[in-house]
Design a protein around this ligand. Structure first.
Ligand SMILES: NC(=O)C1=CN([C@@H]2O[C@H](COP(=O)(O)OP(=O)(O)OC[C@H]3O[C@@H](n4cnc5c(N)ncnc54)[C@H](O)[C@@H]3O)[C@@H](O)[C@H]2O)C=CC1
Ligand SMILES: O=C(O)C(=O)COP(=O)(O)O
Length: 324
């Protein structure tokens, strides 16, 4: 079998993968050669950030398993793959520690007026501006998967209460005071001071945060998005900020990336923007390779894989999510 890699591996990661699959040929395609080599793969491990001719891959009829090195599967869950026999597994939960740190960065910067202080610092102005507190805030997390759970765990010691929604129904971890079904999102938004998006992008969630939904949020609440920009209708977010209905927003992801120069999200003191760096970490490739090797051993032994995705849904069920 041929394993084609397309994530930023170093020679020692390739050696780990080869040791986990001694009978396989391991080829590191990188972004440069992924489109060319994907049709020759039995197993694809990675995240192609260049256009891939999926028709050609499906026509070659060789690929059996895609192990995405991203949690979001919007890059590979194309209709032809969904309808095929190809098994797809995600990187769900793998980046939860760093996504939670990124969430805290956005949230604390927003509440503690860091955007305004940073601008004032650039002008050498030492001015005391009002700040807000996390203490006693009610937080709503939309999507209690790997990232949502870790965000709840990191936030809880700040003396907050936490509600969440999820597609699945399960006993939530101790940090989460209440778990509601996905369709109770408006009920949750009406009662929380801060909404945090940690759900996948799919046909159901694309454009889910539109003008109607923002209107359901409590006046003066904050909005954080560490999921996917296209879950949000960005013009509606801008309107909600313009009208003062939302007090501020922190976004690691935007509808179009890079965020265009003319976007009205720029130049606002109550908007903190980071350039989709939530998954970045010095540990990322090491952590990914540990899970990849475990899944490779399971695949060869015919066992079920961590993070196997229900391709119709576009995300894995909680029992199979990798927690490291
Ligand atoms: N900012 C960044 O760099 C990163 C962004 N992401 C994004 O975050 C998403 C979540 O990542 P993980 O937590 O690792 O994935 P996950 O698969 O562990 O969790 C997603 C959760 O969302 C739930 N869900 C699905 N539809 C929902 C809905 N309509 N309402 C409420 N919950 C819903 C699922 O049941 C699941 O529990 C990814 O799909 C990806 O798009 C992930 C990693 C890094
Ligand atoms: O894992 C994900 O879904 C991410 O958003 C990470 O994105 P990246 O691979 O860092 O461009």
């Amino acid at each position: 079998m041929r394993i084609v890699l397309c994530y930023p591996v170093e020679p020692h990661h390739i050696a780990q993968i080869q040791a986990a699959a001694p009978d396989c040929e391991v080829v590191d395609a990188g972004q440069e050669r992924i489109d060319e080599l994907l049709p020759t793969a039995d197993i694809f491990i990675g995240h192609a950030k260049v256009p891939v001719d999926w028709e050609r891959v499906l026509k070659a009829n060789r690929l059996r398993w895609i192990q995405s090195s991203a949690a979001g599967l919007d890059h590979c869950l194309v209709p032809g793959v969904i309808d095929s026999e190809i098994v797809v597994s995600s990187a769900s939960g793998l980046f939860a520690p760093q996504v939670a740190e990124q969430t805290m960065t956005l949230l604390l910067d927003l509440l503690r007026s860091q955007g305004r202080f940073t601008r004032a610092n650039a002008r050498h102005e030492f001015i005391r501006l009002p700040t807000d507190d996390l203490r006693q805030k009610k937080i709503g997390i939309v999507g209690l998967g790997g990232n949502g759970r870790r965000i709840a765990k990191v936030l809880k010691p700040f003396d907050v209460s936490i509600v969440a929604t999820d597609y699945f129904s399960f006993d939530p971890p101790a940090e989460v005071d209440r778990l509601l079904p996905a369709d109770a999102v408006d009920e949750m938004l009406a009662e929380v001071d801060i909404a945090i998006l940690a759900l996948p992008l799919n046909a159901q969630t694309r454009g889910m945060f539109d003008a109607d939904r923002f209107a359901k949020m409590r006046p003066g609440s904050y909005f954080i998005n560490v999921a996917r920009g296209q879950v949000v209708v960005e013009s509606a977010l801008v309107d909600a900020l313009d009208s003062g209905h939302l007090r501020g927003a922190g976004v690691d992801v935007t509808e179009v990336e890079p965020l265009p120069d003319e976007s009205p999200l720029w130049d606002r003191e109550n908007v903190i923007i980071t350039p989709h760096v939530g998954a970045q970490s010095r540990w990322r490739v090491d952590d990914t390779t540990v899970m990849v090797c475990e899944n490779l051993r399971r695949f060869q032994a015919g066992k079920s894989l961590y993070n196997t995705v229900d391709k119709q849904l576009g995300f894995p069920s909680p029992e199979v999510v990798w927690h490291g």
